[in-house]
Design a protein around this ligand. Structure first.
Ligand code: CA
Length: 407
């Protein structure tokens, strides 16, 4: 179109030629104009789509929305290029925001002051919102449809649900088969949600892939379009393990039997235990024992009967259990045989007691930090309140306990 505009400027200077090419006002035939009305969140819209037989047309001004009572119109400026144009069917489209309307209206699309095409509709300020949770679904996937009162007044509704699901563009109803004879209402902010399992209520079989539309049946002119694609739904990997806090060399059971595939079956389970070891094709339940204490990221990999994968990761903390606790307890008992001044003995043993307390609570890093602080304090006491041999002994023992905790 810009190219043609350029041609126009060039030809404009050549007005002496026999045949003058240029843009002339054009009044569109109603046959090639499509008007579509819809509402969203209480606002009314009309979309105008014009199909031109070739590239030699343009709309320089789509006009502004004017209204007088129930009559709404826009006056556009459409041009036809008198010279050569490409034989390509061209579509131009524009959406008009009509604002908040309440009542029966006729919208007229005009060109150069002439009526081209009209559409009549009923709009309401009830401010209902109808939507699906997604725009595209895989065959077999649940479709969640929500009708919400986003206005400020209670809306009374007769019949349930207040909408139907139709094939598009055939507009053949697939759900529901029967509307409940029910008077109900939605308060402002309240919504009603229905999950549709993609079953055609009339044929009692799954619907076909394609485009569908949910339309309200109450005259609100609400619609929500969505597409169902043939395809595979991915599996969901999930597992649990026990015991919750395993200790070194203990058998840990990993159970992935709650993993699932919504439209098929899981045919492969593999594991990465986080310490470099993996296990392939284990089935849903497997066992493993860790050689060292530590924090491990355990990842389960599953794939379904269409070989689509999913994975799930949990952190597993493996401890030395009571081994460092017992080693610390033994060190306390040794210190108590040294006949140190009571204050000093209390200082050392209470800090070790604290570390045991933290270990028993599973706070291994806190326990290690307390032991590091204690080592520094013992260094400060070396050759003062503690002999060098005592300090060496204590530090070596505490380092040993730390290594047990660390794994
Ligand atoms: Ca699947």
């Amino acid at each position: 179109m810009l190219f043609l505009m350029g041609t126009f400027s060039m030809n404009f200077k050549e007005t002496q030629s026999d045949f003058v090419e240029g843009w002339i006002p054009y009044i569109q035939s109603s046959l090639m104009v499509d008007l579509k009305f819809w509402m969203s969140a209480g606002t009314s819209y009309v979309n105008v789509t014009i199909t031109f037989p070739d590239s030699g047309y343009m709309v320089s001004d789509w006009g502004t929305v004017a209204r007088d009572g129930g009559e709404i119109w826009v006056d556009s400026e459409i041009w036809d290029w008198t010279g050569y144009s490409f034989q390509i069917i061209t579509t131009l489209s524009h959406t008009y925001n009509l604002g908040q309307l309440d009542g029966y209206y006729t919208f007229t699309f005009k060109a150069w002051g002439n009526d081209v095409k009209s559409v009549s509709f009923t709009a309401t300020t009830a401010q209902m919102l109808l939507e699906t949770d997604k725009d595209v679904y895989i065959l077999g996937e649940n479709v969640t449809i929500t009708l919400e009162n986003i206005g400020t007044e209670t809306v009374s509704i007769g019949g349930y649900p207040a909408w139907g699901i139709y094939t598009y563009p055939e507009e053949s109803l697939v759900y529901p088969k029967i509307y409940a004879w029910l008077l109900w209402s939605l308060e402002p902010g309240e919504n009603d949600t229905i999950i549709w399992n993609q079953y055609n209520a009339f044929t009692n079989s799954p619907v076909y892939p394609g485009m569908y539309v949910v339309r309200d049946t109450k005259g609100w002119s609400l619609s929500a379009y969505f597409t169902i694609l043939a395809g595979n739904l991915p599996p969901t990997a999930i597992f649990t393990y026990s015991p919750t806090v395993p200790i070194v060399s203990e058998t840990v059971t990993f159970d992935a039997s709650s993993s699932y595939d919504p439209d098929g079956t899981i045919i492969g389970y593999s594991w990465a235990f986080g310490d470099g070891m993996i296990a392939n094709d284990t089935g849903p339940i497997t066992t493993y024992a860790y050689a060292d204490a530590g924090n491990y990221s355990v990842t389960l990999y599953v794939y379904d009967d269409d070989y689509q994968p999913d994975s799930y990761t949990l952190n597993v903390t493996v401890t030395h259990g009571q081994i460092p606790v017992e080693a610390t307890q033994e060190l306390i008992e040794t210190i108590e045989t040294w006949n140190l001044p009571k204050g000093l003995e209390k200082c050392l043993t209470s800090k070790l007691d604290n570390a045991i307390h933290q270990l028993n609570k599973g706070n291994e890093n806190v326990a290690i930090n307390k032991l590091i602080v204690l080592i520094n304090q013992i260094e400060a006491l070396r050759d003062k309140k503690l002999t060098s041999d005592q300090a060496n002994y204590l530090i070596a023992e505490i380092q040993g306990i730390k290594d047990l905790i660390h794994g």
